[in-house]
Every structure is written in structure tokens, then in C-alpha cells.
Write a protein that binds this ligand. Structure first.
Ligand code: R5P
Length: 236
């Protein structure tokens, strides 16, 4: 899968034009993209990036990619990010690395959202991957009880035996949504629970998905919301 991630990432940087303000996602696929982007910057490409996590900020900064903040940048030209799952309606689950909140803010503030993924991320039905929900610590118990009541089998995410905390100092609760048919309605319900800051359901945000498949990259373009894929195959 590493080769597929790298292929998709290398294809993604071909979308970058001189002078662009870029959203830089988070995750192992994005790390390949940042490495490829850094090589172009070293050769003279002029871009500035808004990192979606402290992890991305450190990597991109260390590799010499000029960075700024979302406040400074305003609307971004192009956001390149990974995904934990995507379906044929361009709906994503994100947040496996806990960066969902800043990632969604960046995606919402970008003109074009380009998703890069290996072929294991493509699913017929969302939910084999547990859906991350970012929660304010004060609300933990109440949110857990509500999610349990909704039959979503919530699990507080841990790291080294302690609650995992996000870059915004919140908690992550992972839930099982595989049995859910209407993810839009679910997202609405989840967002109405006090203390829930954001969910990892990215609906109506992805414009293009570049999926590594063996040594090729498949391009899925979302021309209108909720349509099926137009697929082109590119040899890379
Ligand atoms: O919080 C993490 C992000 O949403 C990632 O984009 C997602 O988890 C995919 O990561 P990876 O490219 O490592 O599979």
C-alpha cells in the first residue's frame, strides 16, 4: 500500500501551480506528498502551505516548505489531504490520526479539495473504519452515554494508556457506524450533541480523489454532489 500512497501523492503535486496557497493535510499519504512538494519547492516552486496539524507543520517546516496560518491565508487555492475511507458518493471518513477538526476547517475554506489514498480506502459502504468524533473533555461522560444509547459502541481513544488529545486539546471517541444507512442524518444528530466539536464524516467536501492502484493512479472527479464517479486511468 505504501507504493500506492506514494503514487497518488506524486500525482497530487502535479496539481500545484506557482503562487498557490495550499492546505496541507495529515497522515502517512500526505507525508509522501509533502516530500514530493518539498522537492519542487527546492527547485524554485513558490507556494505557501497551511498545515492541518502540528505533525504536518513540523514535517513541512523541516523540509523547507513556507508555512502560514489560516487567518493569514484566508481562502486556500488547493487542499491536499488523505482519507481513512471513501465511498462512491465522495463521502469520507477521516481522523484516524486525530487531525479531523483542523482538517475539516481547512477543507471548508479551500477552493478545491484533492484527496489522496491507496486502494484499501475505497469502500462500498462507509464504516469498517471507526468514525472519530472530537469531543470537549468536559463533555466526555455525557457524550459517551449518548453514543452508547445510539448503539454506536463508543470507545474513548487512548494513547500509551492515557486519553489521546488532539492539537486542540480535545478527546476523540471512535464509534461504529457500519449499520447506519443515512450518514448525513447521523452526522446531523452527532453535531447536535453538546460537547461534540466535529465528526470525521467529510460530506460534500471532496472534489477529486486520486487513488493509487498498483502502479497506476485512478482519478475520481466529483462534478456534482452525490453523482457517481467519472474515472480516468493515468499511467504514472
Ligand atoms: O487524522 C488523520 C487524517 O484524517 C488522515 O488523513 C487519515 O487518517 C488518513 O491517513 P493515512 O494517509 O495515514 O492513511
Amino acid at each position: 500500500m505504501e507504493l500506492e500512497k506514494k503514487k497518488a501523492a506524486e500525482e497530487a503535486v502535479k496539481w500545484v501551480k506557482n503562487g498557490m496557497v495550499l492546505g496541507l493535510g495529515t497522515g502517512s499519504t500526505v507525508e509522501f506528498m509533502i516530500q514530493a512538494l518539498a522537492k519542487l519547492v527546492a527547485k524554485g516552486l513558490q507556494v505557501v502551505g497551511v498545515p492541518s496539524s502540528e505533525r504536518t507543520k513540523e514535517l513541512a517546516g523541516n523540509l523547507g516548505i513556507p508555512l502560514t496560518t489560516l487567518d493569514e491565508a484566508g481562502i486556500l487555492d488547493l487542499n491536499i489531504d488523505g482519507a481513512d475511507e471513501f465511498d462512491s458518493n465522495f463521502r469520507l471518513i477521516k481522523g484516524g490520526g486525530g487531525a479531523l477538526l483542523r482538517e475539516k476547517i481547512i477543507a471548508f475554506n479551500s477552493k478545491v479539495n484533492l484527496i489522496i489514498a491507496d486502494s484499501t480506502k475505497q469502500v462500498e459502504k462507509l464504516g469498517k473504519f471507526k468514525l472519530p468524533i472530537e469531543v470537549i473533555p468536559f463533555a466526555k461522560k455525557g457524550v459517551l452515554m449518548k453514543l452508547e444509547h445510539m448503539n454506536l459502541h463508543p470507545v474513548l481513544r487512548l494513547q500509551s494508556g492515557k486519553p489521546f488529545t488532539t492539537d486542540e486539546n480535545n478527546l476523540v471517541i471512535d464509534v461504529d457506524i457500519f449499520a447506519i444507512e443515512d450518514v448525513e442524518a447521523l452526522n446531523h444528530t452527532l453535531m447536535e450533541i453538546p460537547g461534540v466539536v466535529e465528526t470525521g464524516l467529510f460530506l460534500n467536501l471532496a472534489d477529486v480523489i486520486l487513488m493509487g492502484k498498483d502502479s497506476k493512479v485512478l482519478v475520481f472527479e466529483n462534478n456534482s454532489v452525490q453523482t457517481s464517479f467519472r474515472v480516468h486511468t493515468k499511467n504514472t
